[in-house]
Each structure stands twice: as C-alpha cells, then as structure tokens.
Design a binder for this molecule. Structure first.
Ligand code: FMN
Length: 375
C-alpha cells in the first residue's frame, strides 16, 4: 500500500476501531472522498453492504442538538422532512448516573430517528464514562460529547465550553468516554473559550479516538453574537483526518452550499429549523441536483404545524403538549399575515380540538384567498 493509500484507509476505517465507527466515518466523508475510499476498498477488501448504505448521502444534513427544542417529537418531525443525522438535546452525565427520570426522557429516541446520537455533558471523566455505560444500553448510533455549550449553568460546573480552557482534561474525558463506549464517540465544540484554538482542540480529540467533530465556530465569550467564522471550519478540516461537520448560521440552502466550500464533510443546522423543518429536504434537494425549492405556501406551513402539535399532544399529553407547542407555533406562523393575532388566539386555548379547529379555519381562509387570487 502506498503512503497515501494507507492514510486514506486509516482515515476511512479508523484503525482498530469497531465496525460502527467505520460505517459512521464513511457516512460523513464528502462525495469525492467516498468515491476514492470505495474504489480503494473494492480493490483491496471485502466491503459490507452496510457501508454502502450511506452512499446516496453525498453530504449529510444534520439536525443540531438544541436544549429545549430537539425533543423526541422535534426529532421525528425533522427526520420526516429529511434530516439525515439527529442529535438528542444535551443530557447531564451526573443526572443519568443519579437515575434522574426526566434526563432519561431527553435521551429516549425511536428507531425512525436513526442514525441518532445521544449528547452528554459533564465535567468529570469518570462520571462521563459511567454515564456512557448507561447510555450504551440504549444503543444509540453514536455518543456525542458537548464541549461547546456556553450557558452559565453548564459552564460554572465545568462542563460544555468550559472544557475548552483545559485541553488536558478535555483529552482525558474524550479518551475515557471512547474507551467505555460501544459506539463511535463524537464531540461538538466551539472554536475556543475566549480565543480561537479550534485546531489544537480538534487534534487532541482526534488523537483521543473521537470519530468525528462538529464545530460551531464562535468562542464561548461570543455566545451567539457576531457571525460564525467559517474559516475556522476549514482550518479544523485541514488539520485532522476525521470527518468534520460544519455548523453555525446556516439560514438558507445557499448558506449550506457556501459552508461546503470549507471542505467540511457534512452540514448541521439548528436555529433555522425552528418552524422550518423542511429546510433539510430543501438543502438535500439542492445538493442532489441544484434545484432551489420555494418555501411552502402558508397553508402548507399550517398543515405541518398541525402535524407537529398533534405529535406533541400524543407524546407529552394534552396539557404539556400544548404548552410546548406554543414556541413552535410562534415560529411556524412567523411571516404569515396577522401572526401575532393568531398566536394570541391559539395560546389562549386549553384543548387540542379547539387549537386544531382554529388552525384549520385559518388554513381554509388561506386556501380561499389563494383560490380568489387564481381565478
Ligand atoms: C436554544 C438552543 C439550545 C442549544 N442547545 C444545545 C445543546 O444542547 N447542545 C449543543 O451542543 N449545542 C446546543 N446549541 C447550539 C446549537 O447546536 C448550534 O451549535 C448553534 O445554534 C449554532 O448553529 P445554528 O446557527 O445553525 O443555530 C443550542 C442552541 C440553541 C439556540
């Protein structure tokens, strides 16, 4: 094997990693890399059909973990509209080992959501390894380490982006979780604490056995201010030979396309999916054949919103489901004429049948309006 081929094979197969890592790494490689790897493997090795299964996904489009948003139902809805890979909201490693019931709700997923990653946060290698042991039994497709959350309540306990201040500890945590995990381990990072040191962080993670990295290129200090510096994604991609997922400020199909210029292997969207889960299928369609799909008409948006609310009510029960639905409704109706009146009216209703009635009436009025405009 030439030196190049060796490198290619090592990065594709993750030398000495379990089989699932091989599959996962493969899924995240860009189209060109996939072709090269496949050609090389066909020539030299037997390939399992499982590896080939991901071939149609040239660039996977991924749902970012968002605490308070990407619950079980949100993930189902995003999957329905094309998300290739899904993360749970972050779950506290401490809470998992204390058998905290609500935290187990966070990490629950369905078979339809696969491939799905459970995201853990914590500050202690032993506790995170113990939580990994617990999560292993749930058989996610990967376990993700939250090394980027800037929230005060996480950071003050040494978790999330606080880990970016102590790279020795960060490496120790990654290695401990990799050792315990039965599935690939990934990490989601920011570009640093107050300064960008993403390349050093990524190198340590890669050498600790992390299978792939997602980077949101803002520092902890920046929180969500300014814009994400996508040059950092390129720097990380150039520095490590594991797949890199680009994240931060994707608002449109064109943004996703531009992010691919960084060389990243997959794109991840968070905030832009709120009230717009169809953004996944739009990005994928564009990646596939260059077609730019129009935003769905308002009556279609209401239909998708209703489906989302119904799932929330089915999963969480009527009271909690309707409370959770409020923030989603707010996003779905954004930009629709009289959005604030619609919100006010719907939020005052306590029973799903009335919410449904209200939204169906609204939808009918839109269709009528559309029909009048056409004829
Ligand atoms: C409300 C909210 C909750 C978030 N929760 C998490 C989380 O649990 N874990 C995580 O790694 N990142 C979390 N993030 C960060 C996102 O995953 C993502 O990195 C960030 O929003 C940038 O991507 P975007 O511009 O596509 O939204 C959260 C972001 C938001 C807005």
């Amino acid at each position: 094997m030439s030196e190049n081929e060796e490198k290619l094979f090592e990065s594709a197969c993750g030398y000495l990693y379990p089989f699932k890592v091989i599959v996962f790494r493969y899924l995240l490689f860009s189209g060109q890399r996939k072709k090269e790897i496949l050609a090389f493997l066909f020539e030299n090795y037997y390939i399992s059909p499982v590896i080939i299964a991901g071939c149609d996904k040239k660039y996977p489009v991924i749902l970012a973990p968002m605490a308070g948003w990407t619950d079980f139902v949100y993930r189902e809805v995003c999957k329905k509209y094309g998300a290739d890979i899904i993360y749970t909201e972050m779950a506290s490693a401490d809470a998992l080992i204390r058998d905290h019931k609500k935290t187990f709700e966070i990490v629950r997923f369905s078979q339809q959501q696969r491939p799905v990653g459970i995201q853990l946060f914590g500050a202690d290698a032993e506790i995170l390894a113990a939580a990994t042991d617990i999560v292993n039994d749930l058989q996610p497709d990967f376990i993700d380490l939250n090394m980027g959350c800037p929230a005060k309540k996480v950071v003050k306990r040494g978790g999330g982006s606080a880990l970016l201040q102590d790279l020795v500890k960060l490496g120790r945590i990654a290695a401990a979780v990799v050792k315990k995990s039965r599935v690939p381990v990934s990490a989601k990072i920011r570009s640093g604490w107050s300064q960008n040191n993403a390349v050093s962080i990524a190198k340590i993670l890669a050498s600790s056995g992390v299978a792939f990295i997602a980077i949101h290129p803002r520092t902890q200090k920046q929180q969500f201010k300014g814009s994400a510096d996508w040059r950092v994604i390129k720097d990380v991609k150039d520095a490590v030979n594991i797949p890199v997922i680009g994240n931060g400020d994707i608002q449109s199909v064109n943004d996703a396309e531009r992010m691919l210029e960084t060389g990243c292997d997959a794109v991840m969207a968070g905030r832009a999916t709120r009230g717009r889960p169809w953004i996944f299928s739009h990005i994928k369609r564009y990646f596939k054949d260059g077609t730019l799909l129009d935003e769905p008409p308002d009556n279609n948006k209401i239909e998708i919103c209703l489906d989302h609310i119904e799932r929330l009510v089915d999963f969480f029960g009527e009271r909690r489901g309707l409370l959770l639905a409020r923030k989603h409704i707010s996003w779905y109706v954004k930009g629709i004429p009289n959005a604030s009146t619609i919100r006010q009216k719907v939020f005052s209703l306590k029973e799903y049948k009335f919410v449904k009635e209200e939204l169906l009436t609204l939808q009918c009025s839109m269709q009528k309006h559309f029909a009048t405009a056409v004829y």
